[in-house]
Structures are given as structure tokens and as C-alpha cells.
Ligand binder design. Structure first.
Ligand code: G6Q
Length: 540
């Protein structure tokens, strides 16, 4: 049934009208135990959603909506390996990549855990050898530089995790990530590295992505121009892909290929072979800990009742703001420098998954779907864009993410960092009113400017300390939040036709940019002029 015709939806619409002006001050005053009623602990995560604009009724109504959308059944379908990615006719099984319980998961009559375990073992063997130096470059030198060449899902995941877990990595191994087809990205990377000590990891599910193939070809030419022997390629290049034929065509030995499968979506692939660069940096034991962290959260998502299920509650809160308060965006604000790419990672994870406007049956939706995701680490963001979150005209739900204990215990840096996190969520929720300002002695003309409305919602997501396991918990938590929302909106969160479009669009224009023949251009006048100007400056 269309979502807006569901009685559970209408109940929420009525409820919204009644409580849209609710005050968080009142909610906290009325219920002294609010924090106990609106917080969940699971795995290593403490999830405080007491500062959200919700009552117990709101949560109950949202859960009824989830039930009306058969969320439990849909979760089970994913875990069972049903082909829930209907437009590509594929199962969605990133959960299998970290299924440390090793329970059977059958696809087409085959237990895919055999393949998963085989590739993890291959990765462990390989990364151990790189780390202990028994696998070295063409001239016998140890690998110091691990350059991952990929883009989108084949870049953002390993990049984010390598940054997040740098503390656990070896200092004599440096990760580099080259993604942009802008030659600057490759050129600036090559300036820093010695080819004899460099391992290139070509990460591409399809092995046809133009940016990645262009960067890989440039890297190969560069290496050959210095080492001057084709045999060096086999020593310095490995591939992470589902496409054996294309890997061979590129000239990489299949023994140097780490496989994954079409049931792993790019943006959900960091726990597949796509994580190889991370494993080399942090070691296989830490990588397995990361997988365990994912698996713990997968189990929590699958088994916990909705009212105690963190990804379910996160997803439903997002529906509440997106579809009832009509919020357009959602900010992810990690108070941890190691997590500086976490918002960017879930910008892709969420926006590519839920940036859809037709249902799974292809009918155009008449409601809002995926939010705009954005964010930067605190406290830096406080000195930049928080002004708008505090006093702007837009309502922006925020996630504050932090850790009780630091990894780098320098003086009083950590209490200062955490004091800011806690104070920000407090200020957003409770604001500052006229009476308080008067009491502080603020002069009357300044009172409108110094007033903070409050009632600006946030969740606070805390763990003891950033570790491979807590990171796994955190990533899986957001992945499943995205799943929940996709089910409520009845959209396919696992295809990406918009990305495919980008992959073909530029092809025709590229031919025209390169062409030295003065053929008549057939586009609109703006496009024609841009192409002509490019030709003028480049083919003069
Ligand atoms: C992710 C998307 C997209 C993809 C890249 C790279 O879910 O599909 O970001 O990961 O376009 O694709 P390849 O891995 O095939 O090069």
C-alpha cells in the first residue's frame, strides 16, 4: 500500500501536529528518567536519543510504521540472501563478509561462506608477507607505500577506515589513496613515493571504471619508466575485483587478484577484499577485530526488538524528521580526528543508497526519501558552520559521535574535546531564553541576537575508545540505519543508476574534447561553447 495511505502514517501525521512544538525542557522536566527511557546500549555503543523531539508515543507510532512495512521480514530476507536488489537481480550480502559465526549463507545452492573465508585467508597470507617483508618489490626492497587506486565505493571505505585506525597501523607502512581522474591526484602521490617500495592495489569491482583504469595505467607506465622491466608489474600490482577477465586483460596475474562478488555493493564493500590496503596497514588481527565489530552490530540489528535496536531507532528518527518535520539534511559530527572521513563515507553510503524517487515497483514516490548527509569533525565545525545549526532557520538533526577515553592522551585535550561535544548537544536542545539572558545581565537590545531557541534535536553516540571493534560497530550501525529507511520508503537502497549515468555521459564529450577535426557540435549552445573553448586552449 502507498505509504501515505497507511493508517500508521496518518497516526504519525496527527501526532506530529500535536507535538511539533514540544519543548525538550518540558520533556526532561516531566520525566526525570528520560535518559533511561531514551537510550540504548548495544555492543560497544551507548546511544542517547533523549534529546530528540520525541515522546514514548512517537517511538511507538514509528515502530508501528516499521511493522506495517514488514521490517523484520525484510531484514530476514537480506540475511537469508534473497535477491532484494531487484533492479540488478542480486542478493545484498555484505553481512556475509563479516559473518564470523560462519553460519551457512546459501546463494544459488552454494554456501558463500566458503568463498568468503577463502579470500579472507588469501588476504591474511598476503598482508602478513608484505608486513614481514617476505613479499618484496622487484628490486628486493620492502613495501613501504601501499597505493590504493579506486573511486567511490572502492576508495572511500578503505580511505576512511585507514584514517580511522591509523593508530593501530605500522608507522613504516604508509597508505595512499588515488581516486580522482584529475592527474594532480596521481602526480602529487607519485612525487612522494619510490617505485621500488610501492605496491599498487587496483580496486575496482567492475574493472572498467574510467577514472580507476586511467590512474592504474598511469601508475603502470610510471613504474615501468623507472624499473624498465615488464616483470616488475607482477611484483608491484594486485587487483581487487569481481571481473577476472578484465584484470587479466590489464596485465595483472590472476594469482595477484583478490576476488569479491556481485552481491557486495561498492559502498558496502570495505569488509571485502576492498579492505586489503587497511589490512596491510593495521595487520590481519586488527582487521579480524574490525570484522567482529561489524558482525556484533549485524547480530544486534537482526535480533534486538525494535525498541532496543539502535539502527532501527536511528532509521525511524530519520523518518520522523525527514517526512514529518520536513528536514532536508542530517549532520554527522564525530568528535575524533581519526574519524575525519566518517561523514564523507556515509555521505556516499546514505545518499547513493537512498537518493531514489521511485518505489521498488517503479512508481514515483509522493514523499521525501534520503536526506542530504554532511558533517565535519568537532570541534572544528563549531568554528565554522554550527552557527546555522544553533540559530539558523533550518532544523538540522545531528549525530554527535565521541569516545570516553582518548587514544592519544595529551594533557587535558580529551576532557576539553568531550566538554565541547556534551555542551553542544545541551545548548542545541535547551537553548537560552530571554529570562536567562536578562539574569546574566545582557542588555535588552542584544537579547534577540543572543537568544537560542533550543529544541534542536541530536543523538549522542559514544563508545569507550576508538578501536577496530568499535569502528566495526559504528559502521554497521549506520549501514543498517540506511536499510531501515529504504524499507520504510519502499525504495531499492542497493542500486545506483545515477552513478552508472555518470559513467557513460562523459564519453561522448571526451571524444569531442580530444577531436582536432572541426566537426559541428550538436549540443545546446552552452555545452558547445565550453567544448569549443577547451579545444581553443588545448589544440592551438
Ligand atoms: C558504490 C557505487 C560506486 C562504485 C564506483 C567504483 O556503491 O557503485 O561508488 O563503487 O563507481 O566502481 P568500481 O569498483 O566498479 O570501479
Amino acid at each position: 500500500m502507498a505509504i501515505k495511505n497507511l493508517k500508521e502514517w496518518k497516526v504519525l501525521e496527527d501526532h506530529y501536529r500535536k507535538i511539533k512544538n514540544v519543548s525538550l525542557r518540558d520533556l526532561f522536566d516531566e520525566n526525570k528518567n528520560r535518559i533511561d527511557d531514551f537510550s540504548i546500549e548495544a555492543s560497544s555503543i551507548y546511544f542517547d536519543f533523549s534529546k530528540q523531539l520525541v515522546t514514548q508515543e512517537t517511538i511507538n507510532y514509528l515502530i508501528s510504521l516499521a511493522k506495517a512495512r514488514h521490517l523484520s521480514e525484510e531484514i530476514n530476507k537480506m540475511f537469508r540472501g534473497e535477491r532484494i536488489n531487484n533492479t540488478e537481480n542480486r542478493p545484498v550480502l555484505h553481512i556475509a563478509l563479516r559473518n564470523r559465526s560462519n553460519t551457512k549463507i546459501m546463494v544459488d545452492g552454494k554456501n558463500i561462506m566458503d568463498d568468503v573465508n577463502r579470500v579472507i585467508e588469501q588476504m591474511i597470507q598476503f598482508s602478513d608477507k608484505v608486513r614481514n617483508g617476505s613479499l618484496a618489490g622487484y628490486t628486493g626492497k620492502k613495501f613501504k607505500n601501499i597505493v590504493n587506486i579506486g573511486i567511490g565505493g572502492s576508495d572511500l571505505g578503505p580511505l576512511m577506515v585507514a584514517e580511522a585506525l591509523k593508530y593501530y597501523g605500522r608507522n613504516d607502512i604508509e597508505n595512499y589513496f588515488v581516486s580522482n581522474v584529475d592527474g594532480t591526484h596521481m602526480a602529487e602521490t607519485l612525487k612522494k613515493i619510490n617505485p621500488e617500495e610501492t605496491l599498487f592495489i587496483i580496486a575496482s569491482k567492475t574493472f572498467t571504471t574510467e577514472e580507476t583504469m586511467t590512474n592504474a595505467t598511469t601508475a603502470r607506465k610510471w613504474l615501468l619508466s623507472i624499473l624498465r622491466d615488464e616483470k616488475a608489474i607482477a611484483k608491484h600490482f594486485v587487483a581487487l575485483s569481481t571481473n577476472q577477465q578484465k584484470v587479466e586483460e590489464f596485465g595483472i596475474d590472476v594469482n595477484n587478484m583478490f576476488e569479491f562478488w556481485d552481491w557486495v555493493g561498492g559502498r558496502y564493500s570495505v569488509t571485502s577484499a576492498i579492505g586489503l590496503s587497511v589490512m596491510i596497514k593495521i595487520g590481519s588481527e586488527n582487521f579480524i577485530e574490525l570484522l567482529k565489530g561489524f558482525h556484533e552490530m549485524d547480530n544486534h540489528f537482526k535480533n534486538a526488538p525494535f525498541e532496543k535496536n539502535i539502527p532501527v531507532i536511528m532509521g525511524l528518527l530519520g523518518i520522523w524528521y525527514n517526512n514529518f518535520f520536513q528536514c532536508e539534511t542530517h549532520a554527522i559530527l564525530p568528535y575524533d580526528q581519526y574519524l575525519h572521513r566518517f561523514p564523507a563515507y556515509f555521505q556516499q553510503g546514505d545518499m547513493e543508497s537512498n537518493g531514489k524517487s521511485v518505489t521498488r515497483d517503479g512508481v514515483e514516490v509522493d514523499y521525501q526519501t534520503g536526506p542530504i548527509i554532511w558533517g565535519e569533525p568537532g570541534t572544528n565545525g563549531q568554528h565554522a558552520f554550527y552557527q546555522l545549526i544553533h540559530q539558523g532557520t533550518k532544523l538540522i538533526p545531528c549525530d554527535f559521535i565521541g569516545f570516553f577515553k582518548p587514544l592519544n592522551n595529551l594533557g587535558d585535550h580529551h576532557p576539553k574535546l568531550m566538554a565541547n561535544l556534551i555542551a553542544q548537544s545541551q545548548a542545541l536542545a535547551f537553548g537560552k531564553n530571554k529570562e536567562e539572558l536578562e539574569h546574566e545581565g545582557v542588555l535588552a537590545p542584544l537579547i534577540p541576537f543572543k537568544t537560542f531557541s533550543g529544541n534542536r534535536p541530536s543523538s549522542t553516540i559514544m563508545a569507550l575508545q576508538l578501536s577496530p571493534r568499535t569502528l566495526g560497530n559504528l559502521i554497521a550501525m549506520y549501514e543498517h540505519k540506511i536499510f531501515v529507511q529504504g524499507i520504510i520508503w519502499d525504495i531499492n537502497s542497493f542500486d545506483q543508476w545515477g552513478v552508472e549515468l555518470g559513467k557513460v555521459l562523459a564519453k561522448k564529450v571526451l571524444q569531442e574534447l580530444k577531436s582536432t577535426e572541426k566537426t559541428r557540435l550538436q549540443h545546446d549552445s552552452s555545452t558547445n561553447k565550453l567544448i569549443e573553448k577547451f579545444r581553443h586552449y588545448n589544440h592551438a
